[in-house]
Ligand binder design. Structure first.
Ligand code: TYD
Ligand code: MG
Length: 438
């Protein structure tokens, strides 16, 4: 059918083949129902607490994102664009868990390719099994023989369930295969990582319902042109979603980055205009991030605005504030903004740093490399307070910054002398401007 009779849209129908019941359906699977065992009601506090003990994955960053380790029986989905490093991360984790029997199922690479990758990563774990099988029935029969303690599936889109006729990667196949693993996880208490591809629009390919079925959705993201990769939890039934893990892609695999600030600040000796540093918080972690701005006269009629790692609409808003509230003639200029390191920042505390970088480039006067910023800018040009200011101040002080600009409204209950950095409470942009460039 080309056109939907209900909504009138064209080509919105999706084919879904109704499962045909086969007699050998339960073969190889350890379905509760299929074995005649059913769950019984029990008191919540009587559930064995030993079952909830988390397993360390050997990766500090992954454990942090998961909320302190892998929960037994958890079904976890790892999404990310092709080539971002999902397979590398999971194979590395699989090989790091020395005291666990790990099964790495790959429908994407051959045994030889996996071996090459493992050799490239430099360590081979004696109890890490690989399996290049995509049929779920065959797969579960191997699983029931091997009895692994951790299972990794790379990727859910390559699996096929023989109970359905549709092709691998179709919506009904993805849903069915995920459901089979969900069942397996919950019954056997074995944690399973499913790797999932991401479509162009950024959602994990396959229906949204995959996200409902799993306990944890992790996103692995980063800029292909940069080495940094960020792992964040988009959903986590067993922990907070505000944690994040940072990795660096090396030629021998992913390296964990425990002190991101030092890496994200470009090393510079001389003072250059248009560069500022902001104390932001990503997830739960304070991080110092450098922003670079370039303001130049527009060569063509319409000025260009471009931002990398920062929301372009927010940049336009900040420029409008500068124009209207502070009288800077920026409307006829090209403005380019870049957050270094390929990181995307959503924390509003970067506003003041962005504005200062723009002004510094516009005036061609450098901001001292020992100065940093942590404040939001409002529509009237006022400097607004930001959350967790103490953490930001400490991080800036720890990294040797000498001056920090914050909102005056952040100073309530804070003792300026406590931190070993001089704090400048400000209320309006023009005040900052005068302090920096006058
Ligand atoms: P991969 O894990 O295959 O990505 P995904 O499974 O998400 O598609 O990683 C692919 C990229 O990572 C590839 O372009 C090369 C790079 N890479 C390294 O830089 N160093 C390494 O040690 C490995 C294994 C990969
Ligand atoms: Mg891969």
């Amino acid at each position: 059918m080309g056109r939907c009779t209900a909504c009138g849209e064209w080509n919105t129908f999706l084919e879904e083949i109704v499962r045909k019941e086969t007699s050998g359906r339960s073969g190889g699977r350890q379905g509760l129902g299929s074995q005649g065992i059913t769950a019984v009601p029990q008191l919540i506090h009587q559930v064995e607490a030993t079952k909830t003990k988390r397993i360390a994955s050997g990766s500090f960053e992954l454990d942090r994102v998961l909320g302190g380790g892998i929960v037994p029986g958890a079904l976890m989905l790892i999404g990310g664009e092709p080539g971002i490093g999902k397979s590398t991360l999971m194979l590395q984790v699989a090989m790091q868990m020395k005291d666990q029997k790990v099964l790495y199922i790959s429908g994407e690479e051959s045994d030889l390719q996996l071996n090459m990758r493992a050799t490239r990563l430099g360590f081979v774990h004696p109890a890490c099994y690989i399996l290049t099988e995509t049929d779920t029935d065959a797969l579960f029969s191997h699983i029931s023989q091997l009895k692994p303690q951790i299972v990794v599936v790379d990727s859910i889109q390559t699996l096929t369930s023989p109970h359905l006729e549709s092709a691998a990667g179709s919506i009904s196949q993805i849903r069915e295969c995920a459901a089979e693993f969900q069942k397996y996880c919950k019954e056997q208490g074995v944690p399973v990582f499913l790797i999932g591809h991401i479509t162009k629009d950024g959602s994990i390919a396959g229906p949204k319902l995959l996200e409902h079925m799993v306990d944890t959705v992790l996103q692995f993201e980063g800029d292909h042109n940069h080495m940094y990769r960020i792992l964040r939890a988009a959903k986590n039934r067993f922990g907070s979603t505000s944690e994040l893990g940072i990795f660096e892609m090396r030629d021998n695999g992913l390296r964990e980055v425990s002190n991101p600030s030092e890496l994200l600040l470009s090393q510079r000796d001389e003072q250059i205009s248009g560069v500022t540093v902001s104390a932001t918080i990503e997830g739960m972690r304070p991080m110092l991030i450098e922003t670079q701005a370039l303001v130049s006269s527009a060569a063509y009629g319409t000025p260009q605005r471009s931002a990398t790692g920062f929301d372009l609409r927010r940049l336009n808003m900040l420029l409008a504030v500068l124009e209207k509230r502070c009288g800077f003639r920026i409307a006829a200029k090209d403005v380019f903004l870049n957050v270094t390191g390929g990181i995307r920042v959503d924390d509003p505390a970067i506003d003041l740093g962005v504005i200062s970088a723009v002004l510094s480039s516009n005036e061609d006067i450098p901001v001292s490399q020992h100065t940093c910023f942590a404040a939001e800018v409002g529509l009237t040009g006022e400097i607004r307070p930001v959350t967790r200011i103490e953490q930001r101040i400490r991080e800036a002080a720890k990294l040797g910054f000498r001056d920090l600009f914050v909102s005056k409204f952040n100073m309530k209950g804070l003792e300026k002398k406590d931190f070993g950095i001089s704090i400048h409470p400000v209320t309006r942009i023009d005040q900052v401007f005068r302090m920096l460039f006058a």
